[in-house]
Write a protein that binds this ligand. Structure first.
Ligand code: SF4
Length: 387
């Protein structure tokens, strides 16, 4: 088991921290023609990829592209951002897929509010992201254009104000940190005044995909100001150790310097981090840079994602159990999780040939399920459970 802590060499001399984050976004690679500068595609591949990009357009920051080892067609960073013909598969040996496996739409209260758990509310702050991750479970909404975000958000605040059971809010999307700082200010500052909120989360993949964003002093000042009024957490999303670059490390340090706790929610992804070595290296290196391993999600049966990325549950358990042999107490605090329509389920392991799950969050109206144990037969290739 190796965990060197060494970073992948960035094959460019650009000083990312010096760039204007909004200007640099305009240099994102967004077409197949541009992508050809980074990879070779046959004519047949190009036709298939063209169809793939109709469903989820290409959108890759130059920073993220710079992390790719171009000599390695199986590079894990490449797999998370390049379109792939396998995305055309919507049903296969692994089973059916759905657009919305987490059941977001059933809990949609309008104005971007998704209220699945009594105590937590998620607000879709924007549908835009610095990058389109090919494994995104909200890919049905990512990149959709909307011009009413702030107006909607005022109504979202009204909803939160009038629901005192809500103890915390997570701003998500899309990626809220892709909003300009003045817009973000208008969104988050009213939340600091809501007394029944214990804390607020801003979910962002920018620490991994676009850490340039974190070098904006105005943003850090805003987060600092907010955090002094109400505890602020940034759940982020690193999936592979190669995403933990010196630039990302510095971006995280800037968040931590103003007292923000950063927790990581990874996804187990075929061809990206599906080995005990990958998971060990990821969790250990997160701790090296001050990020807490929090969740490792089982890849959901999302249309155009499942067949490309999902690891069978039994194999996932083997990977996690083996990784835990090498991880200290802090590194193994992460939970291996199924984000299910019925709520969140911790994958505890295999027992007498069956999968053992413990429900840790139950959707509204189902409190009796919130700590239940579930034992279920699964076959070797099963990637999901039906409840
Ligand atoms: S940044 Fe997050 S929401 Fe956006 S595409 Fe990636 S995984 Fe999806």
């Amino acid at each position: 088991m190796v965990c060197s802590g060494e970073y992948l060499m960035i094959n460019t001399n650009i000083d990312w921290a010096e760039l204007d984050w909004q200007e640099e976004l305009k240099n994102n690679v967004t077409t197949l023609d541009q992508l050809k500068a980074y990879a070779d595609f046959s004519e047949e591949e190009e036709q298939k990829l063209s169809a793939v990009t109709q469903v989820l357009p290409i959108n890759i920051p130059r920073y993220y592209l710079s992390l790719i080892d171009r000599s390695n067609p199986a590079d894990p960073i490449r797999k998370m951002c390049f379109p792939d013909a396998e995305e055309l598969i919507v049903e296969d040996a692994l089973g059916k897929t759905t657009q919305d496996p987490y059941g977001d739409d059933k809990h949609d209260k309008g104005n971007g509010v998704l209220h699945k758990y009594d105590y937590s509310t998620l607000v879709v702050a924007t549908e835009c992201c610095a990058m389109h991750c090919r494994h995104c479970f909200r890919r049905r909404i990512v990149s959709r254009k909307t011009d009413h975000i702030l107006k909607d958000f005022e109504k979202a605040i009204e909803y939160i104000e009038t629901h005192p059971d809500i103890t915390n809010v997570i701003l998500s999307g899309g990626d809220p940190l892709i909003l300009s700082t003045p817009v973000l200010r208008k969104m988050i500052m009213p939340l600091a005044e809501i007394d029944h909120l214990d804390f607020v989360r801003i979910g962002s993949r920018t620490p991994a995909s676009y850490p340039l964003r974190l070098f904006d002093d105005e943003l850090i000042d805003l987060l600092d100001e907010f955090n002094r009024k109400k505890a602020l957490y940034v759940p982020t999303h690193f999936n592979h150790v190669n995403e933990i670059t010196p630039t990302a490390t510095e971006g995280i340090r800037r968040l931590r310097n103003v007292g923000i706790t950063v927790n990581n929610q990874a996804v187990l992804l075929k061809g990206v981090n599906d080995s005990a070595e990958d998971i060990t290296a990821l969790m250990r290196n997160l701790l090296r840079v001050g990020v807490n391993p929090y969740y490792l999600y089982q890849c959901m049966p999302v249309s155009r994602v499942r067949h490309h990325f999902q690891v069978p549950l039994k194999r996932g358990i083997e990977i996690v159990d083996e990784a835990r042999q090498y991880l200290d107490g802090y590194a193994k605090r992460f939970k291996f999780i199924i984000g299910h329509d019925v709520g969140k389920l911790e994958i505890c392991g295999m027992l007498d040939g069956r999968i053992l799950l413990k429900q840790i969050h139950a959707r509204s109206g189902h409190k009796e399920d919130s700590a239940r144990l579930i034992l279920q037969e699964i076959d070797d290739q099963a990637g999901w459970v039906t409840l």
